[in-house]
Write a protein that binds this ligand. Structure first.
Ligand SMILES: Nc1ncnc2c1ncn2[C@@H]1O[C@H](COP(=O)(O)OP(=O)(O)OP(=O)(O)O)[C@@H](O)[C@H]1O
Ligand SMILES: [Cu+]
Ligand SMILES: [Mg+2]
Length: 754
């Protein structure tokens, strides 16, 4: 299975997106396709044994559009897009001006007649039908060219889109007017006024172009977040090569380069500090406002800003591997994805154009047959065709998603796709992992006792054996034990060899040291092994009540020592848990640690429901259990051993450790470890969904209320008729209003439920 993203060209509205989607879907071997009208992208998943890219591109071409594969880097593609957009906008603006000027002239010509008064000295020659014809023609065929070309293309591919509606609407007004201009007596013979409607056609085109101009401009801003992120990149790096300091452009930096960073400078790429120390402002990438201390051995992220110190670091990731580049890619992918809420709108747009054409024909027939009024029949028909375009509907969801995901990135929240963003607003229960999520995940041994008491000569020997075994374990607790042993004088370099090492999931570790079986782990495990642990039970309980994790050290089936390990809470935990609860969410703690320790921690942060002593492989089952209570469950974890649980949850939220943004397995990634990010993510989801609902409402209202009014439903009662010009204005600004409303989301800020 191959998946790829194609850049699309030639779409004019959401029904075009629909047409392309159908066209690609019909290529045998295509598994899944999503066309996004707002980003003008198609993401396609296909089996490369059955089809290839050319076949897919051909299918798009056959449907009357163009699909290109982008080989450019994000930065280059964006630059090119910007350039193209600018050129397009300039061309559009010229057409807007020409059509508007002619439109105004034509309106001036008909004004006295429209108002039914005689204005002395008014340039009445402007009303001459032949002059109007001469003025209107270039507007239709030059300014409005794209509508007619698009409509024709769609027609030859036996489909229809927004262009079809506009071309039919303005074309009908224009052709009718030409007929009247050539044969006015046909109408006068029937006692009808030989009125022409050139100005309607011209003004509609002018308005639609103006609307498109504003829409494009606003749409350019929906991807601001990406541009801002890329703008964070430094341009040069001061690299040490062969003892010389060189200022190199970023592209020339290679992995392994030693780079010098001075106070106030931007860190050019990702790497590890090798010399010197400083504090670094990482807020632009992690959203974490407090500067972070950096010392040798610690990782720095490209695009973050060095504060006071100066240091050297070794480049470890460059180009598209850097954290920043990955963030940009993630946000781009998310912006191009489709939210489930859009499905309805998509279905509607699929049917829209043919239905509207049918309504338009019906309108004409009814007015003509029952009222015998060609003029009214024409005006209403044109009105229906013009007002009914579904383009606002196609923009309603994707524009909000673009702004929403971009806003997330700005706050250090990476959202995988539109669906995740949508689902987050429905969360009712949040399950948080204890270690590394609520706590800092940097456990340290605080207590150590042997069963024989403090006078034990074996104290250090026992610790040495424990460290020897733990050195083989990847568990954070193991690391703590090894560190502690070293601090007590155990030489890390000359630890005895270990045979038969085994990690017993959820319980501990074991191995043979000098022929003796060493087992380190939970009280529960010792019980199940039949190992007596009476002697230090009261200490164990006391430590656990103080929120410490405990582990026994047993040698050859006899408990010899007890370790107390503490892992401090993150500063943000208590506040974030409180904020989540205030939002009406239930917060549940999930941990493999023992009940007492879990309870003590829960108490501290204010969590009331806990699941303790849960083995890693049972965590997903616990989530399922909660889901079977009918809850929408989010799971927050560090994303490493919690992966199955994160996947099981309705929304999996992983806590990044600053540099590990590649945690694409989860739906949402909080780049900084701050739990407050969960609160922000949910608020953002709610704000985005509310915004989408407003947009859908706007878009539907224009069409649903507009069509009957344009068809003249109010005429029999109030004598109200929607002039085609008003219909054009409404239609043009429906898109603009939707995009502008989406842009309001840019004002989102994580508000203080603190
Ligand atoms: N390498 C180890 N050394 C000592 N004890 C261990 C080790 N591995 C596991 N344990 C014991 O087993 C318990 C459960 O471990 P597990 O990995 O399931 O959960 P955890 O990492 O402590 O907590 P959480 O589920 O919140 O991440 C630990 O609390 C600890 O007491
Ligand atoms: Cu449209
Ligand atoms: Mg764990």
């Amino acid at each position: 299975m191959t998946s790829t993203t194609l850049k699309l060209k030639g779409m004019s509205c959401a029904s075009c997106a629909n047409n392309i989607e159908t066209a690609i879907q019909q290529v045998p071997g295509v598994n899944r396709v999503q066309v996004n009208f707002a980003t003008e992208q198609a993401s396609v998943e296909y089996d490369n044994r059955d089809t290839n890219l050319e076949a897919i591109q051909q299918a798009v071409a056959d449907a009357g559009y163009e699909a290109r594969e982008s080989e450019l880097t994000t930065g280059e593609a964006d630059e090119q897009e910007q350039k193209e957009r600018k050129a397009q906008q300039r061309a559009l603006l010229t057409k807007v001006i020409v059509s508007s000027v002619i439109g105004i002239v034509l309106i001036l010509g008909t004004l006295p007649i429209m108002l039914g008064i005689n204005i002395p000295g008014w340039p009445m020659f402007l009303h001459h039908p032949w002059l109007q014809l001469v003025l209107a023609t270039p507007v239709l065929f030059w300014c409005g060219q794209s509508f007619y070309v698009g409509a024709w293309k769609a027609f030859t591919h036996r489909s229809a889109n927004m262009n079809t509606l506009v071309a039919l609407g303005t074309g009908a007004a224009y052709l009718y007017s030409i007929f009247v201009t050539l044969f006015p007596y046909v109408l006068t013979a029937q006692g009808l006024a030989p009125d022409v409607y050139y100005e309607a056609a011209v003004v509609i085109i002018a308005l639609l172009l103006l609307g498109r101009y504003f829409e494009n401009r606003a749409r350019g801003q929906t991807s601001d977040a990406i541009r801002q992120l890329m703008g964070l990149q430094a341009n040069t790096a001061r690299v040490v090569r062969q003892g010389e300091e060189l200022d190199l452009p970023l592209q020339e930096v290679v992995v392994g380069d030693i780079i010098i960073v001075r106070p106030g400078e931007k860190i050019p790429v990702d790497g590890e500090v090798v010399e010197g120390s400083s504090t670094v402002d990482e807020s632009m990438v992690t959203g974490e406002p407090v500067p972070v201390k950096k010392a040798p051995g610690e990782e720095v992220i490209g695009a973050t800003i060095n504060k006071t110190g100066s240091f050297r670091f070794k480049a470890s990731r460059i180009g598209k591997d850097t954290v920043l580049a990955q963030i940009v890619q993630l946000v781009k992918d998310a912006q191009g994805s489709k939210a489930p809420i859009q499905k309805l709108a998509d279905q509607v747009t699929g049917w829209f154009v043919p239905v509207v054409i049918a309504i338009a024909i019906l309108t004409f027939v009814l007015w003509f047959i029952f009222m015998g009024n060609t003029t009214l029949a024409l005006l209403t028909t044109v009105g229906v065709l013009i007002i009914a375009c579904p383009c606002a509907l196609g923009l309603a969801t994707p524009t909000s998603i673009m702004v929403g995901t971009g806003k997330g990135a700005e706050n250090g929240i990476l959202i995988k796709d539109a669906e995740s963003l949508e689902r987050a607003h429905r969360i009712q229960t949040i399950v948080v992992d204890k270690t590394g999520t609520l706590t800092q995940g940097k456990p340290t041994v605080t207590d150590y006792l042997t069963v024989r008491g403090t006078a034990d000569r074996n104290e250090i020997r026992l610790l040495q054996m424990a460290a020897a075994v733990e050195r083989n374990s990847e568990h954070p607790l193991a690391e703590a034990v090894v560190q502690y042993a070293a601090s007590q004088g155990v030489d890390k370099k000359s630890l005895p060899a270990v045979q038969d090492f085994d990690a017993v999931t959820g319980n501990g570790v074991q191995g043979r040291v000098n022929g003796r079986l060493v087992q380190i782990g939970t009280d529960r495990w010792m019980q199940s092994l039949g190992i007596q642990t009476e002697s230090l039970q009261s200490r164990r309980q006391a430590w656990e009540a103080a929120a410490k994790t405990t582990a026994w050290i047993a040698v050859d089936g006899k408990a010899e020592g007890l370790i107390g390990i503490s892992d401090a809470l993150k500063e943000s935990s208590t506040r974030a848990v409180g904020a989540l609860q205030k939002m009406g969410l239930e917060v549940v703690m999930l941990t493999g640690d023992n009940q007492q320790t879990a309870e003590a921690i829960a108490q501290e942060v204010g969590i009331r429901r806990i699941f303790a002593e849960v083995r890693p492989d049972q965590k997903a089952a616990q989530i399922k259990q909660l889901q079977s209570e009918g809850k929408q469950v989010a799971m927050v974890g560090d994303g490493i051993n919690d992966a199955p649980a994160l996947a099981q949850a309705d929304v999996g939220i992983s806590i990044g450790t600053g540099t590990d943004v590649a945690i694409a397995a989860s739906d949402i990634t909080l780049i900084s470890g701050d739990l407050q990010g969960i609160v922000t993510a949910i608020q953002l989801s709610k704000a985005t969904i509310a915004n989408i609902r407003q947009n859908l409402f706007f878009a539907f209202i224009y069409n649903v209320a507009g069509i009957p009014i344009a068809a003249g439903i109010l005429y029999p009662f109030f004598g109200w008729l929607l002039s085609p010009i008003i219909a054009g204005a409404a239609m043009a600004f429906s898109s603009v209003s939707v995009v502008s409303n989406a842009l309001r989301l840019r004002n989102f800020s994580p508000n203080g439920v603190r």
